[in-house]
Design a protein around this ligand. Structure first.
Ligand code: C2E
Ligand code: MG
Ligand code: MG
Length: 660
C-alpha cells in the first residue's frame, strides 16, 4: 500500500514533468520510486539466492539461475538513478538559490536607496547594492573590507552600540539615524537611514537602508534662503533684516555704541513699470541693490523690504555719519540706470533714525524711519532725520490728538501776531496771526507740533474757522485803535479743499466789518499741490472777493514757475531757511536775490521771514526785498501787546532800533 502510494507519486511526478507541478515534489517522488524499485530488486535477488521460490513456468521464466545477478544489477541501476536524482536535486537547489540571490540582488540594485548588509560581529559589509557602491565609489570587493565606521566618520563605537543595542535586544524593530557618508574620494554627503536586524542567527546580520539627502538639504537651504532673502535683488529681506537689526541693537546696547537705520523709498518705480513693464522695473531694483552695496562697510546690512523700499542698518554710527551715508546713497543713485539704452532716473526719499534716541527695538525704529521717509516725501527733502515732535503717530501725538478735539470745543487757543515791516518805509504793513494752544498740562504748545496733527485728523477745519474769525476780530480792534494793518492768516491744504471756505470768510469779514483787501491768506505751494484744481477754484473765488494771497515758505516746496504764474497771489514769502545765514552764506544770498528778482518780474511783493539780525535786514534792503518779518523786528506778540508795539514803533532808516 505504502509502496504503491509512492509509485503513484513517482509516476505522477514523471508524468507531470515539464508541467507546472513543483520540481521539488517531482524529484521526491522519483527518488522514492527508485528506492522502492532498488529495494524490490534486492529483495527478489536475495530470495532467489535463498531458493525461496518454487519452480514453475513463471518462476522459470523470471527466476532462471542467472536471474539473481540480473536483479542485483537492476537494484544497482536504481541506486545509481537514485544518486543521480539526488545530485540533480542538489544542483537544482543551488541553481535556484543562485537565481534567487541574483533576483534579490537585482531588486536591491533597482532600489533608489543605498542598502547595506553587514555582519553583526565583525561589522564588515557582506552585501551592498548598486546605489551604495555608486554613491560611495567603492567596488563590491572593496566594500567587503569596510565597516560602517569607515563610511560614517561621525560614528563611534558608543554611538553604534546605542543604535544597534535595542535591535539586538529585540526592543525595537528599527532605528533611524541621520549623519554624513564619506565617499572613497574623501568628500562627504548627508544621509538619513534606518537600521534593522536582518537575521538574528549567529552571526546576526544588520541591514541599513540609507538615503542621500543632499538634494533635500539643498532644497531646504534654498527654501530657507527664499524665506530670508529677496529673490529679485538677492539682498536680505524684511525678515532677515529684522533679525540683523535686532542683533545690531543688542550689540549696540552691550557696547553702548550708537546705531543708525536708514530707510529709503525709491520713487518713479510705478512710472517705470507703467511705461517699460515689470521686468524693467525689476532690473532697476536689482541695479539699485547693487549700487547700495557700494556705500556699505562690511559690518553694515542693506535689505530690500519690498517694493521700492530699502533699508540700511549701520552699527556703531552716529548721526553725522548717518547723514554722510544718506548723501552717499543719493550720490550713488544719481547717475541714470540704463535699460535698453534708455537712461532712467530714479529718486529716493530717505529717513534716518538713531538708536537709542528714537527707539530701542527694530519695529519702532523701522516705523519711525518710515515716518521720516514720508516727511521727506512731503517736504521734497533729500533726507529727514526723525523728529518725534513731527511724528503724527508718536504716543505724545496720540495723547495730544485726544486733547486737541477737546481744546477746539473749549476754545483753548490764542493768537499771537508778528508784524511784517516795510523795509523802505519801516512801517508795519501787516501782521501775521500765529496760533498757540494753551494746554492745561503741557503749557503753551507750538503750532509746528499740533498743526500737522490737526491736518492729519481733519480737525484743522474747525481750527481754521476759529483762527480766521479771531484774526478778523483782532484786525477790527487794530482799526478801532487807529492802526491800518492788514491781517495775515495761515491756511492748510485741507482748508483749500473746502469749496465753501470763501463764503465762510465773507461771513466773518462782514460780521466784523473788515474789508476783504485787509485779509491776507498765507498758503504754501505743497498745500496747493494736494489737489491743485480744487485749490485753484477756491483761491480764484477768494481773489475775486478781493482777499490777498501770499505764497508762504517759498523755496522749500515745488517752487514751480508754472504754478506761480497761475496763482492769483500778490506776495511771496521767502522761507526763513534761506534768510537766517544769508549775511554769511553767499549761496543763500544768491538764491534770495534770484527769488526777489523772479517775484518782482511776476509782479509779486517779497517778504523775507526769519530775520534775526540787523545785518540780514540790511542785505535784504540792498537786494530790494519789500517786507521784513522776524524776531529782529519783533517776535509774535500776544494781542494785548500788539497795538502798543505798533504804536510805539518808531524806526528811522539810519538807526535801526526795533523795540519789542
Ligand atoms: P509760518 O507761517 O512760516 O510762520 C513763521 C514762523 O516763524 C512762526 O513760527 C514764527 O514764530 C517763526 N518766526 C518768526 N520770526 C522768526 C525768527 O526770527 N526766527 C525764527 N527762528 N523763527 C521765527 P510759529 O508761530 O511757531 O508757526 C510755525 C508754523 O505753524 C507757521 O509757519 C505756520 O505754517 C503754522 N501756523 C501757525 N499758525 C497757524 C494757523 O493758524 N493755521 C495754520 N494752518 N498754520 C499755522
Ligand atoms: Mg505764515
Ligand atoms: Mg513761513
Amino acid at each position: 500500500m505504502f509502496l504503491t502510494q509512492f509509485m503513484t507519486k513517482g509516476w505522477r511526478a514523471l508524468a507531470t514533468r515539464g508541467t507546472d507541478k513543483p520540481d521539488r515534489f517531482r524529484n521526491v517522488s522519483l527518488i522514492w520510486a527508485a528506492v522502492a524499485l532498488a529495494a524490490f530488486g534486492w529483495s527478489v535477488s536475495a530470495m532467489l539466492q535463498a531458493n525461496l521460490f518454487e519452480s514453475g513456468p513463471l518462476a522459470e521464466q523470471l527466476f532462471k539461475p542467472h536471474a539473481p545477478e540480473l536483479w542485483s544489477r537492476l537494484a544497482m541501476v536504481c541506486a545509481l538513478l537514485c544518486l543521480g536524482i539526488i545530485g540533480q536535486r542538489v544542483l537544482a537547489r543551488r541553481r535556484r538559490v543562485e537565481a534567487q540571490a541574483a533576483h534579490y540582488a537585482r531588486i536591491l540594485d533597482s532600489s533608489w536607496t543605498e542598502i547595506y548588509f553587514f555582519d553583526g560581529k565583525s561589522l564588515r559589509y557582506v552585501q551592498t547594492n548598486e546605489v551604495a557602491r555608486r554613491n560611495l565609489g567603492y567596488s563590491t570587493q572593496a566594500f567587503m573590507q569596510l565597516t560602517p565606521f569607515d563610511l560614517m566618520p561621525e560614528l563611534d563605537e558608543f554611538q553604534f552600540n546605542t543604535l544597534a543595542g535595542p535591535l539586538r535586544r529585540g526592543e525595537r524593530d528599527q532605528v533611524v539615524f541621520e549623519t554624513f557618508h564619506r565617499r572613497a574620494d574623501g568628500t562627504d554627503y548627508p544621509v538619513k537611514g534606518r537600521l534593522q536586524l536582518h537575521t538574528k542567527e549567529s552571526p546576526p546580520v544588520f541591514v541599513a537602508i540609507v538615503q542621500d539627502i543632499s538634494e533635500r538639504r539643498a532644497h531646504l537651504a534654498q527654501m530657507q534662503r527664499r524665506n530670508m532673502y529677496d529673490t529679485l535683488t538677492d539682498l536680505p529681506n524684511r525678515h532677515l533684516f529684522d533679525d540683523r537689526l535686532g542683533d545690531a541693537i543688542a550689540a549696540a546696547r552691550r557696547e553702548t555704541t550708537p546705531l543708525a537705520l536708514i530707510l529709503l523709498d525709491v520713487s518713479h518705480l510705478r512710472d517705470i513699470r507703467d511705461t517699460l513693464g515689470h521686468r524693467s522695473a525689476d532690473r532697476v531694483l536689482q541695479q539699485i541693490g547693487n549700487r547700495l552695496q557700494y556705500v556699505l562697510r562690511p559690518s553694515d546690512t542693506v535689505a530690500r523690504l519690498g517694493g521700492g523700499e530699502f533699508a540700511l542698518a549701520l552699527p556703531a554710527v552716529d548721526f553725522e555719519y548717518a547723514i554722510e551715508v544718506a548723501q552717499r546713497v543719493r550720490k550713488e543713485l544719481a547717475p541714470p540706470f540704463t535699460l535698453e539704452e534708455i537712461p532712467i532716473h530714479v529718486d529716493a526719499h530717505i529717513g534716518i533714525v538713531l538708536f537709542p534716541e528714537h527707539g530701542d527695538d527694530p519695529d519702532i525704529l523701522l516705523q519711525r524711519a518710515d515716518v521720516a521717509v514720508r516727511q521727506a516725501k512731503r517736504e521734497k527733502a533729500d533726507y529727514v532725520i526723525y523728529n518725534p515732535a513731527r511724528d503724527p503717530y508718536s504716543l505724545r501725538r496720540l495723547t495730544l490728538f485726544g486733547d486737541l478735539r477737546h481744546a477746539i470745543n473749549q476754545g483753548d487757543f490764542m493768537l499771537y501776531y508778528q508784524p511784517k515791516v516795510n523795509i523802505k518805509t519801516r512801517e508795519v504793513a501787516s501782521v501775521e496771526a500765529l496760533v498757540r494752544w494753551r494746554h492745561p498740562k503741557e503749557g503753551v504748545i507750538s503750532p509746528s507740533e499740533f498743526i500737522p496733527l490737526a491736518e492729519h485728523t481733519g480737525l484743522i477745519k474747525p481750527l481754521t474757522t476759529w483762527v480766521l474769525n479771531e484774526a478778523i476780530r483782532q484786525c477790527r480792534a487794530c482799526k478801532q485803535a487807529g492802526l491800518n494793518v492788514k491781517m495775515a492768516v495761515n491756511l492748510s491744504a485741507g482748508d483749500l479743499q473746502q469749496l465753501h471756505l470763501p463764503d465762510e470768510i465773507a461771513k466773518s469779514l462782514a460780521a466784523w466789518e473788515v474789508g476783504a483787501h485787509d485779509l491776507v491768506l498765507e498758503i504754501t505751494e505743497s498745500a496747493i499741490m494736494e489737489d491743485p484744481e480744487r485749490a485753484l477754484r477756491v483761491l480764484a473765488r477768494l481773489d475775486t472777493m478781493g482777499v490777498q494771497l501770499s505764497i508762504d515758505d517759498f523755496g522749500t516746496g515745488y517752487s514751480s514757475l508754472a504754478y506761480l504764474k497761475k496763482l492769483p497771489a500778490s506776495e511771496l514769502k521767502i522761507d526763513q531757511s534761506f534768510i537766517k545765514d544769508m549775511a554769511h552764506n553767499s549761496d543763500d544770498a544768491t538764491i534770495v536775490h534770484s527769488i526777489i528778482a523772479l517775484a518782482h518780474s511776476l509782479g509779486l511783493k517779497v517778504v523775507a521771514e526769519g530775520i534775526e539780525t540787523a545785518e540780514v535786514l540790511e542785505v535784504l534792503g540792498i537786494l530790494g526785498c519789500d517786507t521784513a518779518q522776524g524776531s529782529y523786528m519783533s517776535p509774535p506778540l500776544p494781542s494785548d501787546k500788539l497795538i502798543a508795539w505798533v504804536k510805539a514803533q518808531r524806526v528811522t532808516l539810519d538807526k535801526v532800533s526795533y523795540a519789542n
